[in-house]
Design a protein around this ligand. Structure first.
Ligand code: FBP
Length: 262
């Protein structure tokens, strides 16, 4: 078996990816709850928090800011992305090569695959090129595995999420990022289907502190290695406070209620 290449974006076997590709995926509206987060510099500061094991950004942000943070932040470079202005069947433009990611100093690459989309075939082929390029440069491979498209009636169902986790294993991801399927049992099944690939939970839209941390703790109890989170950190008034709590829940397995009291 090829050894996992994701150690550089994990700590003690756990992963907390701070996702910051929202500027392309959703647009400036995601920065409105906390306007200072429109400035990528603020996210690089947050990614310097001890809880964060990697920051996921697109090429343009890496080029402009990463040189100043390469000692403090592990770079997870997203190689594809699509804006919300696109209205077609789910697809994602490849905007960076694995070779260029390595040149920019990336520790890992990130790639979205929309299984079930009418574009699944070309996305899987594009993923192949990215995955093999990452292997050549010893970079980890994180798949945003989000089955969706007109053929899928419920893209949040446990079966679909387990299928997404399995796609990550089959296509050669080290880490598969899936939406939380709603229960620890369903998450456990997704983890089982991913085999040796590690599963991280996607953060999703803003939830209250307790509910969010409880989902994270449940996912970890079910075998997930951590999470990849954007809005549930940077849209809060005090992102450092939730990162402190995540440090306790993810790395020290502290109960969520206690973590909030720390
Ligand atoms: P959140 O934690 O904010 O949900 O971010 C995770 C993420 O995968 C981002 O990397 C990405 O921008 C976004 O969700 C895409 O979400 P969707 O495609 O469901 O709108």
């Amino acid at each position: 078996m090829i050894p996992h290449a994701d150690d550089s974006i994990s700590r003690d076997g756990k992963t907390l990816i701070l996702a910051y590709d929202h500027g392309i995926e959703h647009g400036p509206v995601d920065f409105e709850p906390n306007p200072e987060t429109a400035d990528p510099e603020r996210l690089f500061e947050l990614a310097s928090h001890e809880a964060v094991t990697a920051l996921a950004v697109q090429k343009g942000i890496a080029e402009a800011y990463y040189p100043d943070y390469e000692d403090e932040v592990n770079l997870l470079l997203k190689l594809n992305g699509t804006s919300n202005l696109w209205m077609g069947e789910p697809n994602s433009a490849v905007n960076c090569s694995a070779e260029y990611a390595a040149e920019l100093g990336a520790d890992a690459i990130g790639f979205t695959v929309y299984g079930g989309s009418n574009h699944e075939v070309e996305m899987a082929e594009e993923f192949r090129e990215a995955q093999e390029g990452a292997r050549e440069h010893d970079m980890g491979v994180v798949m945003w595995s989000y089955p969706r498209g007109q053929g899928l009636r419920n893209d949040g169902s446990p079966d679909v999420i387990s299928y997404g986790a399995r796609l990550g294993l089959e296509l050669g991801a080290d880490v598969v990022k899936v939406k939380y399927p709603g229960s620890p049992e369903a998450m456990g099944h997704a983890v089982e289907m991913a085999g040796p690939a590690k599963v991280v939970m996607s953060g999703g839209t803003m939830r209250d502190d307790k509910e969010f941390l409880r989902n994270v703790a449940n996912a970890i109890d079910a075998g997930a290695t951590g999470l990849a989170v954007g809005r549930n950190v940077f849209q809060r008034d005090d992102p450092e406070r939730i990162l402190d709590a995540l440090e306790a829940v993810v790395f020290q397995e502290v109960d969520p209620d206690e973590a909030l009291a720390i």
